[in-house]
Design a protein around this ligand. Structure first.
Ligand SMILES: Cc1ncc(COP(=O)(O)O)c(C=O)c1O
Length: 347
């Protein structure tokens, strides 16, 4: 690495590491607020109306996290003892502390798929049959982009067979759209086209969109009412949350249009790791996530993580030979060039 690219810190562990920009902080500082539990916070109300409209739904509810939003999705569509069908590495299956079981009392039925989007055949084979002995399969929960499968975006056409299959069986469809706008950007469609077949969608402002906190559960008016009760039960009824809604509104306005930049930077880093013979992506890189396999001849994923960390570049190993990196709005072109140079130095 040259003198010019002296040690810097580039955090590629997640798009959740972003910090609010000066302009976003200004919008937060100037937020007009009220008690959101009384329905009196103007910016929370505006955010809920805005995101519902963007996704073509009747209503939305602003919550602290994507996890809470997904939990509302599991709760509003089910009764204890029901089953929810999802991908085996879905966020709701792996990273929500068994919230489906603990909060909604549901059984997750997990289905394998390399892409993260199970085929109708795989869904049909895994889903419990009807009958008194089996759990009632009430929900199909999908994820877009799919985090653990490599940030893969699914277009409305790709999602259609699974959601049509679920609807034909009388199941509700929930979408974990933590990175929905990344998916829409990569597929070059509007977010409402992706959201259309789903009865509820969770969307996060705190991932690629760069807000410090916040997600929305977006659904029908009737289910919003039920979700509101559950949110309070989970302790998520907040007060002058307009300070946070201001950041989310700013992110929707200013940061959605620039997501393609993050995607191009992820592709550039992925190309560098292949060129240097260090690692290769496990899937085509189309969004801001790069899941990769480290070349065994080079070393292990832990060794790669450690060697890059010595150069100030942070990413995660996810297995002995696999890892993940994520681009986001706190990077600039110099950071990306620095990461490329770091891979070149290891190749
Ligand atoms: C796909 C997906 N869903 C849900 C979540 C949960 O979001 P939160 O950390 O806000 O609870 C994450 C977090 O990274 C995620 O990647």
């Amino acid at each position: 690495m040259s003198e010019a690219s002296a040690m810097r810190s580039v955090d590629l562990r997640s798009d959740t590491v972003t910090r609010p920009s000066a302009a976003m902080r200004r919008a937060m500082a100037e937020a007009d607020v009220g008690d959101a539990c009384y329905g009196e916070d103007p910016l929370v109300n505006r955010l809920e109306a805005t995101i519902a409209e963007r996704l073509g739904k009747e209503a939305a509810i602003f919550v602290p996290t994507g996890t809470m939003s997904n939990q509302l999705g599991l709760g509003v569509h089910t009764r204890p003892g029901d089953a929810v069908v999802c991908h085996e590495r879905a966020h709701i299956a792996m990273w929500e502390g068994a919230g489906g079981a603990a909060n909604a009392g549901v059984q997750l039925v997990t289905v394998a798929s390399a892409s993260g989007l199970p085929s109708v055949e795989a869904l049909a084979a895994a889903t419990p049959p009807s009958g008194a002995k089996a759990p009632r399969a009430r929900v199909l929960a999908l994820e877009n982009t799919h985090n653990a499968a490599g940030g893969i975006p699914f277009s409305p056409e790709e999602l259609a067979p699974a959601t049509a299959w679920a609807k034909a069986r009388g199941m509700a469809c929930h979408l974990d759209g933590a990175r929905l706008f990344n998916a829409a950007t990569a597929c070059e469609v509007r977010a409402d086209a992706i959201a259309a077949p789903f009865d509820s969608v969770s969307v996060c402002f705190s991932k690629g969109l760069g807000a410090p906190v916040g997600s929305a559960f977006v659904t029908s008016r009737a289910l919003r009412e039920e979700a509101d009760r559950m949110r309070h039960r989970l302790g998520g009824g907040w007060r002058q949350a307009g300070i946070l809604a201001a950041a989310a509104l700013y992110a929707l306005e200013e940061h959605v249009p620039r997501l393609a930049v993050d995607h191009a930077r992820a592709a550039r880093i992925a190309e560098a790791m292949v060129r240097c013979g260090v690692a290769r992506p496990t899937h085509a890189v189309r969004t801001n996530l790069v899941c990769f396999a480290v070349d065994a001849a080079w070393g292990t994923a832990r060794a790669l993580q450690d060697r890059l960390a010595e150069r100030g570049v942070l990413l995660y190993d996810t297995g002995p030979q696999t890892g993940r990196l994520v681009t986001h709005r706190d990077l600039d072109d110099d950071d990306v060039a620095y990461v490329v140079a770091a891979f070149e130095a290891l190749g």
